[in-house]
Design a protein around this ligand. Structure first.
Ligand code: SF4
Length: 484
């Protein structure tokens, strides 16, 4: 933390005005003061980074490339040497992912930062977050900043603080790394516009898949307000994209290729959201239906799913145990099927159970339940049907489509494409392969099931998916990671 401490002695930090700062009254105390600042910032960072870690919506995919080539500015969203760090529970954090403060006036039951939560509190000044971001970036620990906050004083006041961090990074320090800001639905339109000007991505957490769930667990939040803000962001993003395309130079015949359109000036990486999985009674079908609506209506880049983890002193209205992380994983797989494989949300999850299979991945589960749609002849079938074959990804399908322009596909081509043959072959016809009776065999499901795993004797009780029945449960929910 020496770098952070040293930064205190320079303009742009909390101690930049010696006349107004008690820390600078005596030059002899400089070393001592730097030490105090370092320890204090480390303490805040421990609290505020920990409070932010459960917010899953931090991936930087889709950001417009910014760079600092030629010695101009600092920061880059691409290139070598970027460190990715992982929290103890396995989540990837390649950004400085932090809250401005974990004080919050709201009382969302699922959140560790709620006003009634008994956790240590801390608050960064905007200067401190700026200094930390630059310091971590210079040491190549992060590729950008993910900033969220509990709601303090008012939504506008909080949003102003969040936007000020992004403004200072971009305008005062010429920071060109990735910035993801959480926005507050109730914040003013003007603040939202300013946030979009500085951030690569904006997000608002819808938190729970249904309005009823939100009303029961986060009564101060307003689902229609969240949707209105998402709609406003979509309009801004669309306008900015159209303006960027209109400003793009046109390629002239016989000349070099025209330069690409400049990145849009409002949140070029779009907007995203996060849903907590397992906090209310919503099943996977309801979660995916909600995601489909969000993708369709607000053109979100991503919906992130976050299975809650236990914390202390949680409300008895929450489940006693966390859902299996595999459920979160299955939701991501199903989400992928909706976005890239042409599946509708209601065909992925069986209507009877409403839940995704934990045993099979969603595409394989769909194929096993719809065997009449197979086998697919890989030498003739259109792309949409090939995408439905378990074990064939989008890239593999595109490669196979290219390859079959020149020759008839055989089993060796699949092996060369490194697909899982035991998974694919029962569902396809090739020049040298036909599944025959395999597809209808009763044992096919067993053959393709995940191998059994020895249970953990000391693990928590199996997840029931239902909220706790009695009051006083010590274990429950995860923090959502603030704002919105
Ligand atoms: S989810 Fe956000 S608004 Fe709700 S208590 Fe947590 S920090 Fe506050």
């Amino acid at each position: 933390m020496a770098g952070i401490g040293a930064a205190c002695a320079w303009p742009g930090t909390a101690c930049r005005r010696p006349s107004a700062c008690r820390h600078w009254r005596s030059q002899r105390r400089v070393g001592e003061i730097l030490y105090i600042h370092t320890v204090e910032i480390a303490r805040k960072l421990a609290i505020l980074a920990d409070a932010a870690k459960y917010d899953a919506s931090c991936a930087s995919s889709g950001a417009a490339p910014r760079h600092s080539l030629g010695g101009r500015g600092i920061g880059s969203t691409e290139g070598m040497g970027i460190c990715h760090s992982y929290t103890p529970d396995g989540r990837c954090v390649s950004l400085l992912k932090v809250l401005l403060t974990n004080f919050c006036t709201y009382d969302c039951l699922y959140c560790v930062n709620r006003v009634s939560s008994n956790v240590p509190r801390a608050r960064f000044s905007t200067d401190e977050v700026v200094a930390l971001t630059l310091d971590f970036y210079r040491r190549n620990c992060i590729e950008g900043l993910f900033l969220s906050s509990g709601i303090i004083r008012s939504p506008d006041y909080t949003m102003e603080q969040v936007v000020e961090v992004a403004r200072a990074l971009r305008e005062d320090h010429d920071f060109r790394g990735y910035i993801h800001l959480k926005t507050i639905p109730e914040a003013s339109t003007e603040l939202l516009e300013r946030a979009g000007r500085y951030a690569d991505r904006l997000s608002i957490n819808v938190e729970l898949p249904t309005e009823q769930g939100l009303a029961s667990l986060a009564p101060e939040k307003n689902a229609p307000g969240i949707r209105r803000t998402m709609a406003r962001m979509r309009l801004h993003i669309d306008d900015a994209r159209e303006a960027a395309q209109a400003a793009a130079p046109t390629a002239m015949p016989g000349r070099a290729k025209a330069a690409p359109a400049p990145p849009p000036r409002f949140a070029p990486a779009g907007q995203s959201t996060q849903m907590i999985v397992g906090a209310d009674g919503a099943d996977d079908r309801a979660i995916l239906a909600s995601s489909a609506r969000l993708y369709g209506a607000y053109r979100l880049r991503r919906v992130y799913y976050s299975a809650f983890s236990p914390i202390q002193d949680a409300s008895s209205r929450l489940p006693l145990a966390a859902p299996p992380l595999l459920r979160e994983h299955r939701l991501y797989q199903a989400d992928w099927l909706m976005r890239y494989y042409g599946f509708a949300h209601d065909e992925i999850v069986p209507a009877a159970s409403g839940m995704l299979s934990l045993q099979y991945d969603p595409k394989l589960a769909w194929a096993l339940a719809n065997r009449h749609a197979f086998p697919v002849d890989l030498n003739r079938a259109p792309r949409e049907r090939m995408l439905r074959v378990p074990g064939l990804g989008v890239r593999t399908v595109d490669r196979l489509l290219q390859a079959r322009c020149y020759r008839r596909l055989r089993t060796g081509d699949l092996a060369a494409a490194r697909v899982s043959l035991p998974k694919v072959l029962p569902f396809v016809v090739l020049a040298d392969h036909s599944p025959g009776q395999t597809l209808d065999a009763a044992r096919l499901e067993q053959r393709l099931a995940r191998p059994p795993v020895q249970g953990d004797l000391f693990a928590a009780a199996p997840y029931s998916g239902q909220p706790a029945a009695s009051a006083g449960g010590a274990m429950a929910m995860q923090p959502s990671g603030a704002l919105a």
